[in-house]
Ligand binder design. Structure first.
Ligand SMILES: Cc1cc2nc3c(=O)[nH]c(=O)nc-3n(C[C@H](O)[C@H](O)[C@H](O)COP(=O)(O)O)c2cc1C
Length: 393
């Protein structure tokens, strides 16, 4: 083993030092900001909004590349892309299933960006994807990007996706056990100086395994997205950043009530094992010059709701815990999308960001209805106010 380990981790296993432990890493530099700022790329048809109101938002590469370069120019810290493996037609309507692959898209973007961190969502249990493949691919991206690439590890919550790969959906908590083993093995491949053999609870077997190059800053950035006990425990052990939702639905007032307890619980899971984890949340931002204009726009999105996708991203038999808080809630603005909604004038949007930070949120992963013009407006009108409010420098 090389020296890049911390002692005192779970079950006596050494923990790999992560990019947050290296002051020169892109993640450590981003974490100097009072709040992380990210963009949730729309690499899938329909973005995050179930509405047919006309907009430029497009899943294609060129559109997303332009967004990433714009976000980088504005000083955003990171961009993030989701992963889905949907049968023909996707969720239906505007979410018709057309989507780029998250891993490939962020890989392509590493070479044309300079500063921004790129996070790809990867289903580590499908395939099965071999840990040696994953360790090599990700170490390669770490080098191309200079430590700016990271992975959002997901375990797959839709039955149809597991079936597409040839088996029945694995039980919820078992998925996290398997993903834990996967990442432990990958961490060894990222750090060990000698060949090693491995056999565990999963079907992965390694004999004389070794991977070079080693990542620049201990390992790539690790993220996971969750709302369950098992997923939060996983995050505490392995992740730098946890992508969370509001346990009380998308409405900002209910979210602000529920988030302090939720973010404390997530952070405690890391503190309990001698680590630190940051919380990231995804607001759908609808911002216009006045409060009335912003709500008029949200109302127009709702007036064009696409009723052919009634269950949205929770269709197709999901067993995810993360979004249970929105079940049964009447929410007329649901077609607007986002894990929470931030609507208003530039000043009101910044006030809501300040409140989210007070509620324990360390990072904002923004989405918009009409990405290009909305990001441009955000850069002109909201970002300067975030700086004035002490959220960004
Ligand atoms: C904010 C957020 C983003 C997510 N993004 C994805 C994704 O891109 N692809 C995916 O298959 N699952 C995604 N998930 C689902 C989780 O990875 C996980 O499978 C699901 O929440 C079930 O786990 P849980 O019960 O631990 O919450 C996301 C979850 C959250 C909370």
């Amino acid at each position: 083993m090389n020296i890049a380990h911390k002692s005192g981790s779970i079950a006596g296993a050494p923990q790999l030092l992560g990019p947050a432990d290296f002051p020169d890493s892109p993640l450590a530099k981003a974490l100097e900001q009072p709040i992380l700022l990210g963009l949730f790329l729309p690499i899938q048809a329909g973005g995050w909004s179930q509405s047919t109101l006309p907009r430029s938002t497009d899943w294609r590469f060129d559109y997303n590349r332009d967004l990433v370069l714009k976000a980088e120019g504005l000083g955003f810290d990171l961009v993030f892309a989701l992963s889905q493996w949907l049968p023909k037609g996707g969720y239906g309507g505007v979410h018709n299933g057309l989507a780029l692959d998250s891993f490939m898209t962020t890989a392509a973007l590493t070479a044309i960006t300079r500063r921004i961190i790129l996070i790809s969502t990867v289903h580590v249990l499908y395939g099965p994807l071999h840990p040696v493949h994953f360790a090599k691919y990700s170490a390669t991206l770490d080098h191309i990007s200079g430590g700016r690439w990271g992975v959002n590890i997901v375990t797959g919550h839709r039955a149809v996706e597991h079936e597409m790969f040839g088996w029945d959906r694995i039980e919820h908590d078992r998925r996290y056990e398997l993903a834990g083993e996967f990442i432990e093995v990958v961490q060894r491949l990222w750090s060990e100086d000698e060949n090693f053999d491995f056999e565990g609870i999963s079907s992965w077997r390694l004999k004389g395994a070794f991977v070079t190059p080693k990542p620049n800053f201990g390992r790539p950035v690790l993220v996971n997205a969750t709302g369950s006990d098992a997923g939060i425990a996983f995050a505490g052990r392995y992740s730098d950043i946890v992508f969370i939702t509001s346990p009380a639905g998308s409405d900002i007032d209910s979210a602000l009530q529920a988030l302090p307890a939720h973010t404390s619980r997530v952070k405690a899971a890391a503190i309990d094992v001698g680590r630190k984890v940051r919380t990231l949340i995804n607001p759908m931002v609808v911002v216009r010059e006045t409060e009335k204009e912003a709500w008029d726009y949200a109302d127009a999105i709702v007036a064009h709701a696409d009723t052919t996708v009634p269950k949205g991203f929770q269709g197709l038999d999901s067993d995810a815990h993360a979004w249970k808080g929105r079940e049964g809630r009447v929410d007329r603005y649901r077609p607007v999308g986002g894990n929470i909604r931030v609507v208003g004038s530039p000043e009101q949007v910044v006030d809501q960001f300040v409140a989210l930070k007070k509620a324990g949120i360390d990072g904002l992963q923004l989405s918009f209805f009409d990405f290009k013009p909305d990001l441009e407006y955000f850069g002109d009108r909201v970002l300067p106010l975030m700086k004035q409010a002490g959220l960004r420098f």
